[in-house]
Design a protein around this ligand. Sequence first.
Ligand SMILES: [Zn+2]
Length: 115
Amino acid sequence: MKICDVCGLPEELCVCQEIAREVQTVKIYTVRRRFGKLMTIVEGIDEQDIDIKDLTKELKARCACGGTAKKGQIELQGDHKNKVKSVLSDMGFSSDTIEIKESRKFNKRKNKRKN
Ligand SMILES: [Zn+2]
C-alpha cells in the first residue's frame, strides 16, 4: 500500500489532488503556431499536485485531438477552450478558478471559431 507523503494517508484515501484541483487557477487560451495552426494552451496546473500527464491524456481523449504536456503547460491542437473548461470542471476543478482568455490580438478574421 502506498502512502501519500503530503497528507500521510493511504493513496486511495488521499484527497490531495482533489483539494489541489479546487484551488488551482487555470488559464486557457489559444495561440497561433506555425502554419497558422491554433493551439489551446492550459496553464497554471501545479505539477506537484496534479498528474499533468494524466490530465493531458484525459483532455486529448475528450477533445479528440493531439497534445503534449511540458513545463507545467498543456498544449492541445486546435481550439478547445470551452471544451477544456468543461472537462476540467467535470474532473473536479472549480470552474470559478478556470479562466478563459480571449486570444491575443489576431487580425480580424472571418473564421473566428467558436466551440
Ligand atoms: Zn495526500
